[in-house]
Design a protein around this ligand. Structure first.
Ligand SMILES: Cc1cc2nc3c(=O)[nH]c(=O)nc-3n(C[C@H](O)[C@H](O)[C@H](O)COP(=O)(O)OP(=O)(O)OC[C@H]3O[C@@H](n4cnc5c(N)ncnc54)[C@H](O)[C@@H]3O)c2cc1C
Length: 637
């Protein structure tokens, strides 16, 4: 396949939604409503198929953000405090509050569209923990994707969905983002998409760090392998300010199959213990004082829980076990004098426990079967995964975005006054984001990402109405981007005969080898699994040096076909999020999130100097990065 085989498809639209995941589906649903009112066009572009794309593709067993305002269960203020606590004080509370006040409505829509939500005998949603509700979620994404498509269909020929189109590069009109360029992964077509506003919602990133699963298990990770940093790349390259790029997420999950632990910890009240040292949360309780005030308040932040478990692992006290059998026995204990009731309860618990895995991580059930583990009889190993970038979950990486008019602190508002105050617009005019794309506002999860997509889309439509000018794009620039996107095909065609093994060639690098190089740098220099999640200034500086060389070699990425072309750009965008991560790690001279990473040269938290956001900007014109501290303004809650 050669670049000359490609046809150019030009798309002209008003709102361009990039991605088809939870945030993009929310955006499409909301945009369709407002666009119809105003006669505007909306285009959605997903690299996969919306019913099964993104992090929710395989399904989920719980909706992790539901406030329960109508039920009088919780308030938005409480949610803001919870997120503040879990993120060790670092969160954009205006954004978190804004999502919390809209998220319940989104969950009610999911139910209306057909998502089965567990109910108790009184008809109330079954809570997994304080904020989560249980679902039969194998088809969660199908339900949400279908609803987005139905909404888009109401636009008639003004609504367009492009699937299996992989987006790479932003299109700029001066400082305004006016579109994107991508290519089909099924046929030789380059898409040049021009729009009056762009909403980038292409998820977070996985496989930036070397995964624990290698060899025959390569590709298995907690985060499904589809997201590769496309949103971060898109926003960085457009010149948007980024925030919290140092705040990666490392979940502790069932070992090797990466099965979820939430239901076991929260619903079944299970304990995790080391093989030699008991329950590390009890045994090591005193160590939490080092991380006051967050270490001493409840709930204990996820990273600190990781940290205590990892301390046991590093002292050689592993494996760490989830005491599944003990938890089930405890729950059934109340029936000890009622054998029939006991049997019934055990059956119920067993089915709830298995449901959890069958909904979202079938492979966990397969692994248990393969290892002869009956969780109700035998404990299972749990382990910290490799780092991921998922700002919508318990990480916080993403773009620095405008907040809602009524909640955004005046200090932040000033930044948007010259370009327009539009909720969820990045610092680049016309470029919006949501879900994993919007930083410093974690714990939105699936429901909050959908709600945020809706917020962003409504705001983007207002932007279009108030800035209704046709996008102007330099045709020469478009041609340059097209040639650059397809270059890996040309390189492969030119050089593949110069070797007896297509994978090894002095003139090119195939994406798989390139990914291994990237992952090795991140693993060894930026605090990956094999470095026990620790790094320091000299390591990061050396890592950035190696990254620079990798960047030079990215010019020689080669692809044989469309699938490999996609792999090239997946790894290229991973490289950018990796660089941005290292620069943030280097800038923040403290350890604030042990359990996610440790700056060994600054091993303590420093509230006085580092209770702040770290923000960065890449200047596309000069290639320079600028980093700065930004004060945290708390809401009065
Ligand atoms: C393993 C795991 C378990 C989770 N468990 C829960 C849970 O139990 N409860 C809960 O509420 N939340 C859970 N979450 C969180 C939830 O899945 C995310 O918060 C949510 O999916 C984020 O939405 P998003 O739209 O930002 O990203 P995603 O939903 O991941 O969507 C990203 C979209 O971008 C597309 N895309 C990617 N790259 C490109 C490209 N280059 N071009 C075009 N399209 C592209 C993808 O195909 C996809 O459509 C979990 C997440 C993970 C990873």
């Amino acid at each position: 396949m050669l670049p000359s085989d490609f046809q150019t498809v030009e798309v002209n639209t008003d709102l361009l939604i990039l991605g088809g995941g939870m945030a993009a589906c929310g955006a499409a649903f909301e945009a369709a409503y407002w666009a119809k009112k105003h006669g505007l066009r909306v285009t959605v572009v997903d690299k996969a198929v919306m019913e099964r794309s993104g992090a929710v593709a395989m399904g989920l067993s719980a909706i992790n953000e539901y406030i329960g305002i109508r039920e009088g269960e919780h308030t938005c203020e409480e949610y803001v405090k919870y997120v503040r606590q879990d993120l060790m004080g670092v969160s954009r509370e205006d954004l978190v509050y804004d999502i919390a006040r809209h998220v319940d409505g989104t969950v009610h829509l999911f139910e209306k569209w057909g998502l089965p939500i567990w109910k108790d005998e009184k008809g109330n949603y079954v809570r997994e923990g304080a904020w989560q509700i249980m679902i039969n979620g194998e088809s969660y994404k199908v339900v949400v994707g279908e609803a987005a498509k139905n909404a888009m269909a109401t636009l008639g020929d003004k609504g367009q969905i492009l699937e299996r189109v992989f987006v790479v590069e932003p299109l700029m009109d001066g400082d305004r983002c006016v579109g994107a360029v991508g290519f089909s992964i099924r046929e030789p077509k380059v898409y040049v998409m021009k729009a009056k506003a762009v909403l980038a919602a292409m998820g977070g990133a996985v496989h930036v760090f070397k995964p624990r699963s290698t060899g025959e298990g390569l590709g298995r990770s907690w985060y499904p392998p589809f997201n590769s940093g496309a949103t971060a790349y898109f926003t960085i390259k457009a010149g948007a300010e980024m925030t919290c790029q140092e705040v990666r997420f490392i979940p502790v999950r069932f070992k090797d199959a990466y099965g979820p632990v939430g239901a076991w910890f929260l619903l079944f009240k299970s304990r995790a213990t080391s093989a030699l040292g008991g329950d590390y949360m009890t045994v090591r309780k005193a160590e939490l004082e080092e991380w006051a005030p967050y270490g001493l308040a409840k709930p204990i932040p996820a990273n600190l829980r990781n940290h205590l478990g990892l301390r046991d692992v590093y002292e050689g006290k592993g494996p760490i076990y989830m005491q599944t059998a003990e938890a089930i026995q405890n729950l059934a204990a109340q029936y000890k004098d009622d054998p029939k009731g006991f049997k019934k309860k055990m059956k119920e618990l067993e089915s709830e426990a298995w449901e959890d895995f069958l909904d979202m991580t079938v492979s966990q059930s397969i692994l248990w079967a393969a290892h002869n583990i009956q969780p109700e009889e035998k404990p299972s190993e749990i382990m910290a995964c490799e780092p991921y970038f998922i700002g919508s979950h318990s990480g916080a990486s993403g773009a620095w975005v405008c907040g809602p008019e009524d909640l955004m602190p005046a200090e932040y508002r000033k930044q948007w006054e010259p370009i327009g105050v539009y909720n969820r617009m990045t610092t680049v005019k016309g470029l919006f984001t949501a879900g994993d794309g919007a930083g410093a506002s974690s714990h939105k999860f699936s429901s909050g990402s959908h709600a945020e997509g809706r917020i962003a889309a409504k705001s983007a439509i207002r932007f279009i109405l108030e800035n209704n000018t046709e996008p102007k794009v330099d045709p020469a620039e478009v041609e340059k981007i097209k040639a650059w996107l397809l270059r890996p095909l040309e390189i492969f065609a030119k050089h593949h005969k110069e070797t007896s093994d297509r994978n090894i060639n002095p003139n090119y690098s195939i994406p798989r080898q390139f990914m291994f190089r990237l992952q090795k740098i991140m693993d060894e220099y930026a605090g990956g699994v094999s470095s026990c999640f620790a790094t320091n200034k000299p390591l990061l500086e050396r890592g950035l040096e190696l990254m620079q060389m990798l960047k030079e070699d990215s010019e020689k990425l080669a692809a044989e076909d469309l699938n490999e072309l996609m792999r090239c750009w997946e790894n290229y965008t991973r490289m950018w999020i990796a660089e941005s991560h290292m620069r943030h790690l280097l800038f923040r001279e403290e350890t604030r999130w042990p359990g996610y990473y440790i700056r060994a040269d600054f091993p303590k938290m420093d509230e006085k100097n580092w209770h702040c956001f770290v923000n960065s900007v890449y200047n596309p014109k000069t290639g320079e990065w600028t980093l700065k501290k930004v004060p945290i303004v708390n809401l009065p809650v």
